[in-house]
Design a protein around this ligand. Structure first.
Ligand SMILES: Cc1cc2nc3c(=O)[nH]c(=O)nc-3n(C[C@H](O)[C@H](O)[C@H](O)COP(=O)(O)OP(=O)(O)OC[C@H]3O[C@@H](n4cnc5c(N)ncnc54)[C@H](O)[C@@H]3O)c2cc1C
Length: 384
């Protein structure tokens, strides 16, 4: 972790998600007084797992959250994509010497580790505190009518960011017509064959996908993905008969689906600029993307620490925010654009998808494009 530079400056942050908590901890560790405003009544998140690649792990290490976040993590040996016959289309090696690292954990574990890193660093986190906007001069506006002046205001309040929209920063917001139900269930040896149990596997049939993700020794994270107009498939609780029909080879797993689950539609958000005056927009509020690379949270982590490192001792916050965007945005946009392209294959016929992925899965250049974000060294971090 960095040493405090004793700047004595103040930041007001909207949103206690991955982005808001990361920038909060990193700023406090640089001597800033930081308050995070979370609209929800508590800091709990919903039941799902999350993939964290090397780039995100480096950020967790830099802010002192790594050890706690990785306790009990699952470290898979490989990521497979499988076609409608359960034949492997691509085999993506991970966690090999010199390559990208990838772990999976519960979202709750990640948020708890970030919250604890914030608290150890002296961040004040207020729940039931809703932001409704901000001014370029550096005021966070709260739903209770109060105004919180600061040297830096951060809108890390997610896809429906009120801070962003109060500043008219949206360039476009695009729904991708596709989404996922996420759930957590207990792991069970009967779900898949013994050789597959510890793997990360994405199964495709028609326009539907099932993502199988061990997220700890006992937790299995399952994502059921389908088109937004596939109304029967996106029902929660999941329609077990329907999902078994699409994935008969996963019948034992589908039979164990719980009643809980949450549907989210995938979207892409791009802004005219990531800041206005003293206000920065961070995470999904600035650059939401579909989850095919497992890097939305990774980008929030990277841009959060990059933001703190940039403004730490900066004399001119507004200019520094423009420099921060110029430095970090190209990698984020590469990630967004690559992830969006990966979604195209959802609507290809099964046989075409299977043949294409078996060929492209052998191509080193394509693999490197996909791994570029994971292998990136984020600002203010060191190798693990
Ligand atoms: C199906 C799916 C799977 C994914 N899988 C992965 C993955 O494996 N790996 C990965 O890296 N990323 C993944 N992502 C993306 C990742 O979840 C997001 O990129 C990440 O959560 C963004 O963090 P954030 O802090 O920007 O926003 P959020 O997580 O949305 O946090 C925003 C916070 O702000 C609060 N808030 C909202 N409005 C206000 C307000 N007005 N005032 C105050 N507080 C407010 C919210 O309650 C919330 O706590 C996935 C996304 C989806 C949809």
């Amino acid at each position: 972790m960095v040493q405090q530079s004793g700047s004595g400056r103040r930041a007001e942050i909207a949103g206690a998600g991955i982005g808001g908590l990361t920038v909060a901890a990193a700023l406090a560790q640089r001597g800033w007084s930081v308050t995070v405003h979370e609209r929800a009544p508590n800091l709990r998140t919903f039941g799902a797992g999350i993939y964290i690649w090397s780039n995100g792990l480096r950020v967790l290490k830099a802010i002192g959250a790594y050890d706690q976040a990785t306790i009990g993590a699952h470290i898979g040996p490989v990521f497979h994509t499988r076609d409608h016959h359960d034949t492997t289309m691509e085999e993506i090696p991970i966690n090999r010497p010199g390559g990208a690292r990838l772990i999976t954990i519960l979202r709750e574990t990640l948020i708890n580790a970030l919250v604890d890193a914030c608290r150890r660093s002296g961040v004040d986190i207020l729940t039931n505190s809703e932001a409704v906007g901000a001014t370029p001069e550096g005021e966070l506006l709260l739903a209770d009518g109060s105004k919180r002046p600061a040297d830096l205001v951060v809108g890390a309040d997610g896809v429906n960011s009120q801070v962003r929209d109060s500043l008219d920063l949206m360039m476009y917001r695009k729904s991708l017509g596709y989404g996922a139900i996420r759930m957590l269930i207990a792991r069970d040896d009967g779900d898949v064959c013994a050789g597959d149990r510890d793997r990360y596997i994405e199964y495709f049939t028609g326009t539907r996908r099932i993502l199988y993700t061990p997220a700890s020794a006992t937790d299995l994270y399952v994502a059921l993905c389908c088109a937004s107009d596939d109304k029967q498939a996106l029902q929660v609780p999941a329609d077990r008969a329907l999902w078994t029909q699409s994935f008969p080879h996963l019948a034992p797993l589908v039979a164990r689906f719980g009643d809980a689950g949450r549907w989210d539609e995938f979207e892409v958000i791009k802004l005219k600029a990531w800041s206005k005056g003293r206000v920065a927009i961070l995470g999904d509020a600035a650059h939401a993307m579909p989850p095919y690379l497992g890097q939305g949270g990774g980008c929030a982590l990277m841009n959060g620490i990059g933001l703190a490192a940039a403004v730490a001792d900066a004399p001119d916050v507004a200019q520094t925010l423009r420099d921060w965007e110029a430095r970090e945005r190209p990698m984020t946009e590469h990630t967004q654009d690559t992830a969006e392209r990966l979604g195209d294959m959802n609507f290809w016929p099964d046989d075409v998808r299977s043949q294409v992925l078996k060929i492209t899965g052998q191509c080193r250049e394509i693999a490197m494009e996909r791994m570029k974000t994971a292998l990136h060294a984020p600002t203010a971090t060191q190798a693990l």
